[in-house]
Design a protein around this ligand. Structure first.
Ligand SMILES: Cc1cc2nc3c(=O)[nH]c(=O)nc-3n(C[C@H](O)[C@H](O)[C@H](O)COP(=O)(O)OP(=O)(O)OC[C@H]3O[C@@H](n4cnc5c(N)ncnc54)[C@H](O)[C@@H]3O)c2cc1C
Length: 420
């Protein structure tokens, strides 16, 4: 993965082979001759529909075993928590409508809200949350790269609903690279899917996002490539107020040039690559308003929140779903233990163990991304200088980079099957 500031001097490259030093990111892949091959990777890109198909397959198999009832597609229309009668924490009552519009109801001792940022479960349970708009809109599209001239022969770029179609670029002989450049209005990411196909997430101001979406295809491609191809270079020295003595200004400008030269040479040593050319946009350009939101409480009587229902973050680090999966893992581990111990798994006291396990990790990620967003949002020359020197310095520090990769990969994030 490579991250850099468009037109800046610093860049940082994460290499799966170096993560190997820390024993991370190893998978076994079957070669065409059936031999298992050890492969190093920093992460996996999976299309949403592929993940959903895998989950659905798993759920229908559990249903066939009589362990689960799948109600899909349905629309949840109302949620109420029964506080009448003798039990002040009575069951949750869910009213839902099927495709035919027929309404049904169910009651449960524990309702898990995995219903996204506008969670109905969160509202119905009265779980408070706080957050802010980033004043950014992300333009998202599937694109294909220039490097494969016979892309016309490739299968459709539309996400497939079968698991076997998840042919990520990792199956190619050369390792896939994820690219992200920080531009004055927000980050632009080019993320490998499979074959020549990549996904772009271009965060910018709402007005700029609307303009980009409306551009004719050729003009959009030209702007996209101009931003992605913008190489690193030397920064101008920062300007100093007139009251700073001239000899000091000269010394500081000299120091600036020295640091810049060291940073740029370090970046070259770490192999800064110019991003590949995007040849085509393969589908519609969609856009999403970006917002940070965090529930102060993830649990209440008979209810628990996971995923975006509990926390929404900026997509710049591609961590939103990862946090949600870690939540789901932590909650299911707790419920499993609670059932074995004969506990009331919907009681707020019991559920608080899940909240304690996950809230700190999720807030840590929100805080880190907020700091990063703030750092790259500053336009002043001194901030620009600071972050570019910072990027260049980090790039030369492999152990620090391996630690950063650990965090992004969710290693020791508290989401594993440990007791909570
Ligand atoms: C532009 C962009 C790019 C991103 N890129 C990445 C990335 O690269 N990596 C990553 O990890 N994360 C990424 N994310 C974040 C990721 O998309 C979210 O964190 C993730 O989708 C959250 O999953 P979720 O299941 O919690 O919520 P959602 O994906 O919002 O799913 C909620 C589900 O609940 C259903 N639902 C809601 N209300 C009802 C109702 N009343 N009745 C029935 N169903 C209902 C909805 O239909 C939906 O299917 C990105 C986000 C954005 C905006």
């Amino acid at each position: 993965m490579q991250v850099w500031e468009g037109g800046g001097s610093g860049s940082i490259r994460f290499d799966a082979a170096k993560a190997k030093l820390m024993g991370l990111g190893s998978t076994r892949a079957e070669g065409s001759n059936g031999e298992g091959k050890e492969r190093k990777k920093l992460g996996t890109m999976a299309e949403n529909s592929t993940l959903q198909a895998a989950l659905f397959q798993c759920m229908t198999s559990l249903q066939a075993q009589g362990l689960l009832e799948v109600l899909c597609p349905v629309q949840v229309e109302a949620i109420a928590f029964d506080t009448s009668g003798t039990d002040p924490t009575g069951p949750a009552r869910v009213t839902w409508a099927g495709k035919d519009g027929v309404r049904s109801q169910l009651t449960t001792r524990l309702l898990v809200g995995a219903d996204g940022a506008a969670s109905r479960v969160k509202k119905a349970r009265g779980l408070p949350s706080w957050g802010w708009d980033y004043a950014q809109r992300a333009v998202v599209a599937t694109v294909s790269l220039d490097e494969q001239a016979d892309a016309a022969d490739a299968p459709s770029p539309r996400p497939s609903t079968t698991l076997s179609a998840n042919k990520s670029s990792h199956s190619n002989s050369s390792p896939a690279t994820a690219w992200q450049t920080f531009l004055p209005q927000g980050p632009l990411a080019l993320l490998p899917l499979w074959g020549p196909y990549h996904s772009i997430v271009w965060s910018t101001t709402p007005a700029e996002a609307d303009r980009l979406k409306a551009l004719p295809r050729e003009a959009f491609l030209a702007e996209l490539n101009a931003k992605l191809q913008c190489p690193i270079g030397l920064l101008d020295p920062p300007s100093f107020p007139s009251y700073v003595p001239q000899p000091l200004v000269k010394a500081l400008v000299g120091a600036h040039h020295l640091v810049e030269s060291v940073v740029v040479s370090a970046a070259l040593n770490q192999g800064f690559h110019v991003a590949p050319l995007v040849r085509d946009v393969c589908g519609p350009r969609l856009s999403f308003d970006l917002r940070a939101e965090h529930a102060s409480a993830y649990v209440g009587a008979r209810a628990a929140l996971v995923g975006d229902a509990a926390h929404t973050i900026h997509p710049m680090a591609g961590q939103g779903l990862n946090l949600g999966l870690a939540d789901a893992m932590a909650l299911s581990t707790l419920i499993e233990a609670g059932v074995v111990e004969g506990q009331d798994v919907g009681s707020p006291l019991f559920l608080r163990r899940y909240q304690n396990a996950r809230q700190a990790a999720n807030l840590g990620m929100l805080g880190g991304l907020t700091a990063l967003h703030g750092l790259f949002g500053r336009k002043e020359g001194s901030w620009r200088w600071l972050r570019n020197v910072g990027l260049g310095t980090l790039n030369a520090l492999d152990p620090v980079k391996a630690k950063m990769a650990e965090v992004a990969m969710g290693v020791n994030s508290g989401g594993g099957r440990q007791r909570v």
